[in-house]
Design a protein around this ligand. Sequence first.
Ligand SMILES: [Zn+2]
Ligand SMILES: [Zn+2]
Ligand SMILES: [Zn+2]
Length: 335
Amino acid sequence: MSRGGRDDSSTLPPGDAFAVLGNETRFEIVRTLWELYEPEDPANVVKFADLYDGDTAVSFSELYEAVGYGDSGNFNYHLEQLTDHFVRRTDAGYELTEAGFEIARSVVAGTVGEKLRLDSVEVDEPCPRCGAPVVIDYDNHHLAASCSQCPGIWQDATGDDGVLFTFAVPPSGLTDRTPEEVFHATLRYNLNRIRSFIDGVCPDCSSAVEQSLDVCDDHEPREGGGCPHCHRQHAIEVAERCHQCKSVARGPLTIAILAHPSVTAFYHDRGIVHDFTAWETFRRAQTLETELLETDPYRIRVTIPCDGDRLRLTLDETLAVVDVVQELSSATSTD
Ligand SMILES: [Zn+2]
Ligand SMILES: [Zn+2]
Ligand SMILES: [Zn+2]
């Protein structure tokens, strides 16, 4: 799909982009254009499709007045520095490009709300390993969920302390939510992102994603968890990496495979709505078994049990499912 050359925002090397934005007036221009933007206007929603008339850009004088400082010559200079990458000039005035919106959104998501910490709050959800209540902490834009009793899924070197997950979530995710709601919203936000990674599309910049397996060759989980070699419960992890924007994700294969459509269908046939972005995914992942069939290249079998039946998936080194077998406990039954 082409935009017919109407979006004249150019690509800018990251170093230049940081330089362009490293100025208070320019930052204020981006912020002001975002403040004046009306998301409900259909012309703003269906852009570049020639369906709606109307130029919703902000005139130079309105923008200059709204930003509120600098002489007009100096202001114009800074505005020119932002055009064409972060700001686009139209017949009516100025508006943000998608790159400009991304800057504004990340600032808004990162600064909304004063509640930047959440200290050790118990949520009404059981640990997928032992059933004890889960405790959440929020700091440095990360939500960490741990178990009040056991060392969880990732452990420290001693195996005594660990977490169930740590996920990045901007402070805006905490606004107007109870701790339980923050917990579930963080899971939805991040498991949707992980599904995008698994589908090969970076959730941050849409670039191609490199996916690789990380197998602990000498996996020796101690009682209660904590392998001294890899410090995690599961021997096989999936690592996702975007070379374009350096966004990364990582997690047990037993969680990643639960995003596969054959798994959803297997559960559905047994009357279970399997919702990958729900906390239940972490509990279900504990019931899976993995088996390393071959190492060069990797070939892995994952077994998913449900109601006495088993779904067996064989994965190749790219994590593509190359074989699907259902073992039904009632296969020989005539009832
Ligand atoms: Zn536990
Ligand atoms: Zn990316
Ligand atoms: Zn290990």
